[in-house]
Every structure is written in C-alpha cells, then in structure tokens.
Design a protein around this ligand. Structure first.
Ligand code: SF4
Length: 450
C-alpha cells in the first residue's frame, strides 16, 4: 500500500458528473455524504485533492467521453494537480474488470450501486489505499439523504425510481442500472418538500421510466396519483415529467397532467421509431397505430401540450422505406422537441447480433435528413408563437449580451431543449417566473420581452 496522500485540511473534493439527470442526482447524493469538517467542495476537478468522476455508458460515444475524462484526470494526477482519482457510475458498473486492469492510476472504482460506502472509500483513498467496490447496480437513495445541488437551486431533479424492466433490444441500461425499483410516494413527497424548502421552484421527475412508478410495489401505475400529490406542494411553481414510456401511459396520467395546474404541459416520451417493423425488432411493445392514437388523445386532453421525443436511425435492418415512414410520422405529428441518435451497436444487447447492420455512412445520411426536417418543423412551430404571451422561468443573465436574460418556457427542460432570451434592462431574479411576450422566433429558441 503506498503512503497516505498529503492533502490539505479539509480535503478538497472536486466532482464531475457526466450523462443523464439520474446520474446527476446520484452525484448530488454522493457529495451530500461528504459534507462536514473533513471535506470541502471545490468547483473544479482540475484543482482538488480527490477528484470524483461519475461516468456514463449508455452508448459508445458516451463511453468514449467518460474514458477521455478519466485519462485527462489521470494526467492531472501525474502532474500532482490532483492527489487521488475516484471513478464511479455506469461505465464502472458495465466494464469493471477492464477498467481496473487498464487504468491502474485510478485509486478507486465504485459501481452504480455502492454510493453508500463513499465516506469510507474516500477515507481509505486519502489514506493511500486502493478500492474496488462494484456490487448490485443502481443506487435508489431516499429522502433522508442530503444532496449538494449541482444545478441552479431553482430547478432540481427528483429521481423517483431506478433501473428498468423493459427489454428494448438496443439498450444496455438495465444491465448496469438493474431492474426497476420505485421509491415510495411518501419518500418522494418528503424529498420534494425539502427541495422546495431549499429553493426549488421547478421539480423535474426522472427515472429510466417514470410512468412505471409504483408498479413494482403495488402492481399499479402510481405516477398520476404522485403528480396530484406533488401538485399540492406549497412553494412549488412547475412540475415536469421526464422519460415516459409510451405503453405505460394511462388515461389517469393525461387527466392528472390536465388537472394539476403546476404540471408543465410537457411530455418527454422517447419513441425510438415509427415503423412497426422497427418497433417490433426493437421490442418497444407498441405499434405506430397505438402511438398515433395515444398522442392524439393526449393532445386532446392536455391543452397546449408540447411533446419531446427521441428517435434512433440506422437500427439493424432499417430500410429506406422504414426511414421514410419515420419521416412521414415526424411530418404528421410535428413534435415540439426532438432528439435523434444514430444506432449504436452495444455489446451484450440483442440487436448487436442482428444481421443487416446499417453502414455508418447511411446512418449519418439519414440522421442529417431527419434533423433537417425537424429543423423546419421546429422553426414553423416556433413562428406560430410570435406575439403570444407565455410564462417562463429565468435561469441566468446572458454572459455576453447586455440586458438579456436566459430562461425557459414550460415546453423546455434544462440542457436538452430550447431557451427564451428575455430582453430587459430591469434587475430580474434567477429562479423567478415572469410573463413574456414573444417578439422573435428562431429554429429552436424564442426571444421575448417582459
Ligand atoms: S425503456 Fe428501453 S431504452 Fe429506456 S432504459 Fe429501459 S430498456 Fe433502455
């Protein structure tokens, strides 16, 4: 065992959190466990004693980004800019042995289910020890744990479940986040209350599949009831739901989103494709016909509903006809928000072994064609909002443009959707809600005035 690491007192902890909002919540809980005299949180992993890196592994690009970050931090450790490096999360849970063998400079590897051990692991590492702790995947957490905010305090993610029971053939997430496990409604409500008391005005529900909430504990989909209960929370402005699974959406959820005033009329529902041949091969458990009916019913039930979805192009066996069917579906639905991925052949997933893998060149060509179509649709959707008044939340002052503030409408989740740029010479407040009149529109963003 090498000698203990000469650290300042208290130990300076730096955190970098890659990937999705679920991992971000885990990172906040991890930092919550390192509060107290012994540790102090510093803004950058580039200048600290112990660097914590929470990784992502859902597709190849994300794995590469995580590996690049690890190597960057290993280089900083060799230059003694950081004293110790702890790598955790999805990449570790997915490739534990490979990482341990290939990255010996890393002082600790922690799987996505072992965060309760963080304090003892950091103590061991600062004492010069090496740790390898990879057990059951997926940390669920509870309301009793404190969190250190890694987002502006006015919007906070609330992880209501962990893992996933679906069997999408392109997806490796269940292999490193585990089976679906819900928290109890009481526990989620308690945490929501404490987030609001800590300054949250917007709470964003997250999980691999939020619509499956409660099913494992009660056999029923409890998200509609949870939304109604959260809607009663004093001090909460907006409630936003991410990661809805189409075949788990119920009439009750539509009615809850219609009736609960604080729920943003925003549905984040990854669909992945629109051709029945592809939906079948992906084992999405839903058809195009059923999806169309679902969207029509949702839009008829929830006024001003904005739908965000994601599609995969280039799935094995995808023909030009399948792709054209997807484009036609996009033209028909005219999604307000849309993300596009090229198929990533993930080791260990059923689709990785399928014949008729689509060449990269065709994947990229289809990605560009679909993005161009969505850009036109988004531009036209936004143009219809010109002159409209809309509620918005203010996130921050524009770093470069004078008298300009950056915010979001009810149809914009942080980081993945557009912004509204508010022109005002007044001293406004980040985290506050304002009424804005839309004075200009862009492909994905809006411009407004108070
Ligand atoms: S719903 Fe499908 S794509 Fe999403 S995490 Fe579960 S298996 Fe993966």
């Amino acid at each position: 065992m090498k000698s203990s690491i000469q650290t300042s007192n208290p130990v300076r902890i730096g955190m970098m959190s890659l990937g999705c909002p679920k991992t971000l919540v885990d990172s906040e809980v991890i930092l919550g466990k390192l509060q107290g005299e012994a540790y102090t949180l510093v803004p950058s992993v580039a200048d600290c004693d112990v660097a914590l890196l929470n990784t992502c592994a859902f597709i190849e690009d994300a794995q590469q980004e995580s590996l690049d970050k690890i190597l960057e931090l290993v280089a900083l450790k060799k230059e003694k800019q950081i004293r110790a490096l702890i790598v955790m999360g999805c990449l570790v849970q997915r490739f534990p042995k490979d990482l341990q063998e290939q990255l010996r400079e890393v002082d600790a590897f922690i799987g996505s289910g072992d965060y309760a051990k963080i304090p003892e692991i950091v103590k061991k590492v600062t004492g010069g020890g090496k740790v390898f702790s990879v057990g059951r995947p997926g940390y669920l957490g509870n309301a009793g744990e404190s969190r250190v905010a890694l987002t502006p305090k006015h919007y906070r993610y609330l992880k209501i479940s962990e893992g996933c029971d679906h069997v999408c053939t392109f997806c490796s997430i269940p292999s490193f986040r585990g089976k679906h496990r819900s928290r109890t409604s009481e526990d989620v409500l308690r945490e929501a209350q404490s987030l609001v008391e800590a300054g949250a005005r917007e709470i964003i529900l997250t999980g691999q599949d939020t619509t499956y909430f409660g099913r494992d504990l009660t056999g029923r989909f409890l998200l509609p009831e949870l939304v109604r209960e959260l809607g009663e929370l004093k001090g909460l402005g907006w409630l936003r739901i991410l990661y809805a699974y189409p075949s788990c959406i119920t009439r009750e959820l539509m009615l809850a989103m219609r009736d609960v005033e604080r729920v943003c009329p925003y549905l984040d529902m990854p669909l992945q494709h629109a051709s029945d041949r592809m939906l079948g091969a992906m084992q999405r458990g839903i058809t195009k016909r059923r999806t169309l009916d679902l969207i029509r019913e949702f839009r008829a039930t929830v006024p001003e509903l904005g739908i965000r979805t994601t599609f995969i192009v280039g799935f094995p066996g995808e023909t030009e006809q399948d792709f054209e069917e997807l484009l036609d579906f996009m033209r028909e639905i005219r999604f307000e928000r849309l993300g596009l991925f090229t198929y990533s052949r993930e080791e260990g997933t059923p689709s990785a072994g399928l014949p008729d893998q689509v060449p990269e060149k065709i994947k990229q060509e289809r990605w560009h064609r679909a993005m161009e179509l969505q850009q036109e649709i988004s531009r036209a959707n936004n143009a219809q909002l010109l002159g409209r008044k809309t509620e918005m939340i203010l996130d921050e002052k524009h770093p470069d443009e004078e008298n300009t503030w950056i915010g979001r409408t009810r149809w914009d989740a942080p980081d993945v959707d557009g912004n509204i740029f508010l022109k005002s010479s007044q001293a406004l407040e980040a985290g506050a809600f304002y009424q804005a009149k839309i004075t200009d529109t862009r492909d994905y963003d809006l411009v407004g005035e108070l």
